[in-house]
Structures are given as C-alpha cells and as structure tokens.
Design a protein around this ligand. Structure first.
Ligand SMILES: [Zn+2]
Length: 318
C-alpha cells in the first residue's frame, strides 16, 4: 500500500515539476489559430493596425471593413472623426493618420494638465545663479519623431513628447546653451523631488535635459489602455530592439521596452489576431474593402493578403 502511495506521489511530483519547467514569456505574444463565432469591429481594427503595411506614407481617407460572423454580414466605413472621438473612432483615426496629439488630447487632458503644472513648478523652484533656464521644444509631432528614429537619434518610435507629457529643459550661461554639465544633474534632482521622471536616469541613453510626467510608455498604456493602440503599431520594432539587446547582453538598458511589450501583451492576449499560416485563397475576388473577415470560414483579408484567424497567446520562454 505504502509503495503505491509512494509511486503515486512520485508521479504527481514529476508531473508538476514538468509543468513548472514550462514558463511563459510575458513580453512576447504570438498568434495561434482559433475559431470564433463572432468578432467585433473594434477587434478588427486592432488586427488591421497589426497587419497594415501603411505607416506614414499612404494614408487612406476611409477604412472599409466587410465582416461576416454569427450575427450575419455587416459593413462599416470609417472616415476621419474629429468631433465625437469615441474609443472606436479614435482607433480608426489613428489608422487614418490623424495627428496623435489631437486624437488623444481629450482623453489625456487631466494628465497633460498635471504635467504642465509640474513644469511650471520646476521653473519656479529651479533658478541657479548665473544661469537661465527655459523649456526648449514643447511639442513634437509623430512624423518628426519617426524621422529621428530613422536617423538613429531616437530609439522610441513614440515618445511621451508626442502626448505633451515630456519636456526638454535648456540651461544657458551668458546666453550660451549648455548641452550638459552638473547643473543638469541639479535640475534632475529638483525635477524628481516634485514627482517628475528625469532623462538623466535613462539607462543606456541618458538625456539630462529631458523630464517627463510618467515613468515610461508602459505606465501610460497601463493608465490609458486605448493608447496601446498607438504603441502596438511598433510592437515589431520594440521586439527587435529587445532581441538585439539580449544578444548584446544589454537588456538592462531596455527595461522600458520590456515593460512596454509586457503591457501590450497584457492588452492583446486572448484577443483575435491574424496568423501567418499558409492557406489557400478562398475566393479570387478583389474587394474595395481594405479588410474582409469571414469568421465562420476562419480567415481575414488585409490589404491584399489572407490570414488565418487566431488568438494572441504568450510565447513560452526559451
Ligand atoms: Zn526629450
């Protein structure tokens, strides 16, 4: 009898230790096939964001989605909506190339207000003798940010500057702009003491003139999950940055990227996605819709390509 218990115990022990070996990588999501009964238009917009190849060049003036699911056939046409600004229309606006700051302004207004009063406080509190302190550039549009990324001057495809939640402090001595120096460290200490985050602390890419209202993009997405829609278009870029950093053993410099990928993963896991599985083209038709979804047949067409419908799931740790 005791032996049977022992065997049973050993078996259960082996079973659970085998399970615990399998760990998920919470910063990496992959698309695996799944069948659905129905999919919402909002979910289709997320898939479109993920699969659309247009980034800054060809912006469509409308988005047409054709959908067939358990509720029947439905079509939706999105055009730029700068007045209602519902959750769904903000997603569509983002795809239509609407200015990032304008699109999210009303959602983030309180956050921006708080940051703006922190900026005022910093200038009031920090005025070292013999120096002049002022804010350099207040806003930066996405097109400009993307040019910086292309030029290799910025690693973040979207920065808190795009949402008016970051600012760059310029310190001058005898009318001469100082690029660095201890005076920036003093500014950073003051900024932190009033609850700001200082660019001088950025691991790997210190930016001593930079201050921001939130720790990083991940915190912004955690507070305002809709903003994840903007960040998710660069998921591939972030993933690549992190993979390269891991190879170079510099992943400590990419903690913010890792946080962001985890946040984007949390948002999207168990939600529909378009998988890169080979499949025969169901119907040789050219649609005028950018996205066509046939849920019972399990496929989605995005801008000329067919994908198998699936669900986002966490990858296993290597
Ligand atoms: Zn900055």
């Amino acid at each position: 009898m005791a032996r049977i218990f022992l065997i049973a115990f050993a078996f259960i022990f082996c079973f659970f230790s085998a399970i615990s070996q399998v760990e998920i990588d919470s910063s990496r999501i992959i698309c695996g096939p799944k069948t659905y009964e129905q999919i919402s238009f909002e979910e289709v917009l997320w898939i479109f964001r993920n699969k659309s190849r247009q980034i800054e060049d060809a912006k469509p003036f409308e988005i047409r989605i054709d959908k067939l699911d358990a509720n029947g056939r439905a079509q939706k046409i999105y055009t730029l909506d700068t007045i209602q600004l519902t959750r769904e229309s903000r997603f569509a606006n983002s795809l239509l190339g609407y200015d990032l700051n304008q699109n999210w302004k009303s959602l983030l207004s309180l956050e921006v207000q708080q940051f703006s009063s922190l900026k005022d406080s910093l200038l009031t509190l920090f005025h070292p003798k013999g120096y002049r302190v002022r804010y350099l550039q207040q806003e930066r549009d996405l097109a400009k940010q993307l040019r910086l990324v292309t030029a290799g001057r910025s690693k973040t495809a979207i920065s808190l500057h795009n949402f008016n939640l970051a600012a760059d402090v310029g310190i001058y001595r005898k009318r001469r702009y100082l690029r660095r120096g201890m005076v920036y460290n003093k500014m950073g200490e003051m900024a932190k003491s009033i609850g700001m985050f200082w660019g001088g602390d950025f691991a790997g890419f210190p930016d001593p003139g930079h201050v921001q209202g939130l720790k990083n993009g991940a915190e912004l997405v955690r507070k305002y999950p809709e903003i994840g829609f903007e960040y998710s278009r660069f998921m591939q870029v972030y993933r690549q940055n992190l993979d390269e950093a891991e190879v170079a053993k510099k992943e400590d410099n990419f903690q913010d990227t890792q946080d962001l990928l985890k946040e984007l993963g949390r948002l999207q896991v168990n939600k529909p996605c378009a998988c890169l599985y080979a499949m025969s083209i169901p119907e040789p038709i050219v649609w005028d819709a950018q996205v066509v979804v046939n849920v019972p047949a399990g496929w989605i067409y995005v801008e000329g390509y067919f994908y198998r419908l699936g669900t986002w799931q966490y990858a296993l740790k290597k």
